[in-house]
Ligand binder design. Structure first.
Ligand SMILES: [Zn+2]
Length: 194
């Protein structure tokens, strides 16, 4: 019986890993035991998935990314090349801190740009976009575009990735037609483009 997912011979998938159908794991990756990867994901080169990590469906992970224990990746997330996660705030080589992992959630549809760093213990809201090289040191609201060091909000983005501008609390994406509302500092989808 053929596998319903692909693992390149240079990669190692430990026992006790769930991989969904249609997922492709390319060169020199290591997926550690207890983790699960959803359907239709693509892992580039040199990706490490730590023990007990949960990764949703349709996730794309570019080259040189380590997803450590404590990080949860929801459906349709894009992790850019060489982006960095952490799981301990104050690591010391000589102090055991495994009980002090701080969880990081990457919400559905979110993008983490190339070489960005996500300091542990923060929540990346759905469809947010973290710019290349940004350093995330606080929660990122859904649909927010954040850039810089430390990352600050520069605007808002649509599910499709285009920037959207609010006027009187409402915005429509010029690229795809999705409509949004802004209430306080929260953006929500008001109407999907038909
Ligand atoms: Zn759009």
């Amino acid at each position: 019986m053929s596998q319903e997912y692909f693992v390149h011979p240079s990669s190692v998938v430990d026992d006790g890993v769930e991989v969904g159908r249609g997922t492709r794991i390319w060169f020199f990756c290591h997926v550690q035991s207890g983790s699960s990867i959803g359907e239709r994901c693509i892992f580039g080169q040199n990706v490490n998935v730590d023990r007990d990590v949960r990764i949703g469906d349709g996730v794309k992970v570019q080259n040189n990314v380590s997803i450590y224990k404590g990080v949860t990746v929801e459906d349709d997330v894009f992790l850019g090349p060489s982006c960095v996660f952490t799981n301990v705030l104050n690591p010391r080589a000589h102090v055991e801190r495994k009980a002090e992992f701080r969880p990081t959630r990457v919400g559905r549809g979110a993008t983490v740009g190339a070489n960005a760093t996500v300091v542990c213990g923060h929540d990346l809201g759905e469809y947010c976009m973290v710019g290349a090289g940004a350093v995330v040191t606080r929660d990122v609201p859904a649909f927010a575009l954040v850039v810089g060091v430390p990352a600050a909000r520069r605007g808002w983005v649509c599910r499709c990735g285009e920037q959207i501008a609010f006027e009187n609390g409402a915005a429509t994406c010029s690229a795809c037609g999705d409509a949004y509302r802004l209430s306080g500092d929260r953006v929500s989808l008001a109407q999907e483009a038909s």
